[in-house]
Write a protein of this length. Structure first.
Length: 678
């Protein structure tokens, strides 16, 4: 099993190398000059090419498709504004993508602020340039930051834009964000207007081997057609690009859905049985420049989804508009329950009501606020009350018009709420049961936080180390489980011995998630299981036994990043007011040369074990998230069959029943022990 550095929950930027170095390393930092000459000023589109992740979230496949989303959003803004009714998207075999609309066309006259450049060139080469910062050209829009088209241009190997405006066709070509010349007048056109943007992504920017997926772009285009009833969206894709992974993707299709989100919901649900004969759908205006549309159905299998949008831009992380919908549904259910004198509905929460529902929500706002350029979460505060007010009355009427269906729905939701309450009681019972079996406080010292998120279980050897850890911990989020001596080696033990081993049984019960076939990750009581052993050979052996246990009995915990190794120091070095900690002998010698060079004796203390460390030192060096170092235990991904087999072979060789395999491994690798990555 390979080990990688982990980021602590309290310090999202990292378990910082600087903090860990200050504690353990005290590394020499070579002197360097720092002057005004070192300050760079990135101009034009250079920041985008230097740091594409800041603008599109990365350079992976998802980010690649985000470029097309930016172009589609611009075209949809023209349609929503009432100037376009047709959008075309085409994926060519050579990697080019084209998005066309029949809107007004990007202006091509000189820009008043930059008279030597056209407005078209300003939009394509200047960040934060566009017509959507106010409400003159667009009442509502998805492109708000003025970076979408310019970012696509910056990250394209080549981009060609054609503008048909005032019966004249213009074309301009760009390469890696730089114009190859001014816009060219191609002459008059009688029956054409709008903008066509064609581009091919720059292979030097995006990860090797990624390409546009027809299925992803097709779903993106289809969702846009559902979101605005007045637009016709034409899809075209070279048939050679459609593979088995793109099942159901046509080479050509014209998409127009007069029913909007209701058609979207019907097409998604298919023939799945639902709890109400008709879905709850509708639309409402809210103010001069705001509109809300929704469609909600409750499938009988409770396998739902929630897709929300703002100005046709998908918001996969939800936001304030989803909060308004949840509030309206929960309030309406409680009000209807009072009318029919069903007090049990009071226990139904918004999560009970919509957790298993199929939800589509679309809002149009004049000045929406998003979280980041990729616009994955709506943060407009007013959207909550706006959506709640728009949906609330309609939901009340919908329930009143179909009393039988409303009663059936409420009964199903009450049953769901009862099940949620039972599960919560079961979790509490399991926690109480585990702590009772471990005879608190002699063994498990639990944390006070009930939820698993943010909590940690420190697994230590012996009551002495456990006592120090209990004093050093944060009682709200950190639990301590002392184990007695070296645990059972599950790789070489006979079947049935695991159940008979009290220490491992205690550990499994404390974790709360079961093991083997009875494993249930959702019942895990702690977010992190941290193995904290002495910084010596015996401690390393105990850690190896515990890692073998997790690998064999709870591999899913390792796969999902729940298992960690603490890194306590072995030495404390001090002179005067300077105190540093060394992990091992090599680290100690390096510190003596680097941080304590010069006159004066250095006081060196070797920790005999965690139980010998004062609580404040243990907290500072090993347990406090802001100053500790954790090693996260990782496994090769499930799809990496060969790597998984190699890991299994290594565990069997080192921990299995055949000592001759361990001996052979030692003979082979002992000369290179410092180079091993195990």
């Amino acid at each position: 099993m390979k080990r990688s550095l982990s980021k602590p929950a309290a310090a999202p930027a990292a378990e910082p190398a600087a903090a860990a170095g200050d504690l353990f390393a005290g590394l020499d930092r070579p002197a360097s000059s720092y002057s005004a000459h070192d300050i760079e000023v990135l101009e034009g589109l250079e920041p985008v090419r230097r740091r594409p992740a800041m603008f599109i979230g990365g350079t992976d496949e998802r980010a690649l498709h985000h470029l097309v989303a930016e172009l589609l959003d611009n075209a949809m803004d023209e349609a929503v504004a009432g100037y376009a009714n047709r959008i075309e998207i085409e994926l060519a075999a050579d990697g080019w993508v084209s998005v066309r609309d029949n809107g007004r066309g990007i202006p091509v006259e000189p820009h008043p602020k930059f008279p030597n450049r056209t407005a078209l060139e300003v939009i394509l080469t200047t960040l934060h340039a566009g017509a959507k910062f106010g409400t003159k050209a667009y009442k509502v829009s998805g492109g708000l930051h003025g970076v979408g088209l310019s970012v696509v241009n910056a990250l394209a190997e080549q981009l060609i834009v054609e503008v048909a405006r005032e019966r004249t066709l213009w074309r301009q070509t760009y390469r890696q964000g730089t114009p190859e010349g001014p816009p060219t007048n191609l002459g008059p056109v009688a029956n054409r207007r709008g903008t066509v943007v064609s581009f091919r992504p720059d292979a030097a920017i995006f990860a090797d081997g990624i390409a546009f997926r027809p299925a992803t772009l097709y779903r993106m285009a289809r969702s846009k057609a559902y979101l605005y009833r007045g637009v016709e969206l034409r899809w075209a894709c070279d048939p050679a690009l459609i593979t088995g992974e793109d099942d159901g993707v046509p080479a050509r299709e014209v998409m127009r859905f007069p029913g909007g989100l209701c058609d979207f919901l019907a097409g998604t649900l298919g023939d799945r049985p639902v709890l109400t004969p008709q879905p709850f759908f509708g639309e409402a205006t809210a103010g001069p420049h705001a509109r809300v549309e929704w469609a909600v159905a409750w499938p009988a299998d409770a396998e739902g989804f929630c897709h929300s949008y703002c100005n046709t831009v998908p918001t996969p992380d939800g936001g304030t508009h989803e909060a308004g919908l949840r509030a309206a549904i929960a309030r309406g259910l409680k009000a209807h329950g009072q009318l029919i004198r069903n007090k049990a509905v009071d226990k139904v929460t918004a999560e009970d009501a919509l957790g298993g529902a199929c939800v589509l929500l679309s809002v149009f706002l004049a000045q929406p606020e998003f979280q980041g350029q990729t616009k994955e979460r709506l943060t407009t505060p007013a959207a909550t009350k706006l959506v709640e007010a728009a949906v609330g009355d309609h939901f009340d009427h919908w329930l009143a018009q179909s009393p039988e269906a409303a009663c059936e729905l409420i009964a199903a939701l009450i049953e769901r709420a009862d099940e949620r309450i039972r599960r919560r009681q079961d979790r509490r019972t399991k926690r109480q049961s585990a702590t009772r079996k471990l005879r608190l406080p002699g063994k498990l010292a639990d944390c006070t936080l009930e939820a698993a998120a943010g909590t940690e279980l420190f697994i230590v050897e012996g009551d002495s180390a456990g006592g120090s850890a209990k004093q050093a911990r944060n009682r709200d989020t950190q639990a301590v489980l002392p184990l007695r001596g070296k645990i059972l080696n599950v790789a070489s033990a006979a079947s049935g011995r695991l159940q008979a081993n009290q220490e491992l049984t205690n550990l499994i019960e404390a974790l709360g998630c079961g093991s083997g076939r009875n494993f249930r990750r959702e019942d895990l009581r702690y977010e992190k299981a941290i193995i904290m052993t002495d910084a010596d050979v015996d401690g390393a052996h105990i850690a190896s036994l515990l890692l073998t246990f997790f690998f064999r009995e709870l591999p899913a915990l390792v796969e999902h990043g729940h298992v960690y190794l603490a890194v306590p120091p072995l030495y404390r070095l001090s002179r005067g007011t300077t105190t540093l900690y060394a992990r091992d002998d090599a680290d100690k010698e390096r510190l003596l040369k680097a941080a304590f060079a010069g006159r004066g004796a250095v006081e060196i203390s070797r920790f005999k074990g965690l139980g010998e460390m004062p609580a404040d030192q243990l907290r500072k060096t090993t347990m406090a998230p802001e100053s500790r170092t954790l090693l996260r235990v990782v496994l090769p991904p499930a799809g990496a069959t060969a790597e998984r087999a190699d890991t299994e072979t290594l565990i069997e060789a080192l921990m299995g029943r055949r000592p001759e395999r361990r001996f052979a491994f030692i003979v082979q690798h002992a000369p290179h022990s410092n180079e091993l990555d195990i």
